[in-house]
Design a protein around this ligand. Sequence first.
Ligand code: HEM
Length: 511
Amino acid sequence: MALDALNMLLLFLPLSLFFFTKKLKAVRQNNNLPPGPPKLPIIGNLHQLGTLPHQSLCKLAKIYGPVMLLQLGGVPTLVISSAEAAKVVLKVNDLNSCSRPLLPGARTLTYNYRDVGFTPYGDYWREMRKICVLELFSAKRVQSYRSIREEEVDSLINLISESSSSATPVNLTEMLFSLTASIVFRIAFGTTFERSGFNNHRFHQVVHDVQAMLGSYSAAEFIPYVGWIVDRLSGLHQRFERTFNELDRFFQYVVDNHLSAERTKTDHEDIIDVLLKLVREQTGFGAAQLSQDNIKAVLLNVFLGGVDTGAITMIWAMAELAKQPKLMKKAQDEVRTSIGNKGRVSESDIDQLEYLKMIVKETFRLHPPAALLLPRETISHFKVNGFEVHPKTTIHINAWAIGRDPGYWKSPEEFIPERFVDSSTDFKGQHFELLPFGSGRRVCPGIYMATTMVELGLANLLYWFDWKLPDGMKEEDINMEEEAGISLTISKKIALNLVPAKYSGTHQKIA
Ligand code: HEM
């Protein structure tokens, strides 16, 4: 009840935004006020801007420019919507802008900021980041998981092959979520997704709840002293507790399994093995001591960062290709010609697949899974586009808007992988017009792990099957709407159902 009333109140606020900002502009002009980032007075959180804030902010940036200052509750929030301004923030002022705001949902989920992704900048973050980069997600470690990825992709292909004999549509959305979940669960937790106790539906629910917890509005954030009472009345506090307890039970269970004397050794160290070794030896770690809470907090990052984002990318890529059969055919020709009758695409083949790599880049441009990246918080004062930015300002980089900026991209709304022919632009954080993984000190440390998974999955789907639309459906009927809601990631709203037909070339069956 209380939440409804509060939401009703907050829903009216965006309406006032338009009139308020017009008035503000007029006041500025009449009084010859010095230029500053246009201040858009919004109270509440980003989701009061509508269910797809990255889209609303993109529209506002077209009116007010690529640097806007929102007042979200008591928090000044800078929204960046151009590659130039992103470069000033993430490169020129990387150190000044590399902290994270303290989000109440994140505090609970990360065992009081004992993780990497949500913890503010400081010695602790530097140590944890070092562990991620050197130990957990290094190229060597990612390569050591190659057999897991290949086995899981083979299982997926076998599963789809069964449906292909009956020419019935398969739900690729569900299957690709299962694929990334299976890979990440084995790599990180040393257990298969099936044995983890989550079924597909429950898993989605938990991911959704966790994301909602991180993205949701909490009254405690902006109503001083009494906000927490509103959170308790609204049920938000209890929801946070429930989600946290469920995840904590799961993480504790997998950690305990690793500590059990009966555990059979596998031929590779999973992420929990590596972290437990660091706890035992307390090596490579500076001032802070690692405990099981640190391990569970890092597992949360892997759980959140690893599963959703990779699946979302593959789903959008397949949807875009299904919409343009010519591109699909071109990608299939490339992979089938270069792999021939080897019987499967393995990771060592991927480097030859230039067109596939362009498809992945183009998918990241139009559909960056974390459209607003993760929020940053400034540590010290700096200027962007001539405007003053003060410490403790939250920053959102609208990677979605930047990827569709007509100033950088020709026909920005169209899916054209060929735009990357002879282009050195990539997504690793050096080209600010393409920022799906962010940039600078806080750039995603899982880029290599994510791209190997996405490229291998897509290459095999294209190698093994021709893909048709379900009966009666045309290319233009494929729904490309984005999923609305409180979430850090943006997925395709409607599940992608396609009919697989086993390629009639001469591939042999996977063993
Ligand atoms: C397509 C897949 C992925 C995308 C699009 C993605 C995107 C991002 C973005 C935008 C950030 C914030 C960067 C910034 O603030 O500048 C981030 C941070 C992070 N990502 Fe990823 N990510 C992906 C996959 C992964 C994977 C597979 C892992 C690990 C298993 C991972 C772990 C992390 C961690 C730990 C951080 C926090 C880094 C820090 O704050 O220092 N991500 N990711």
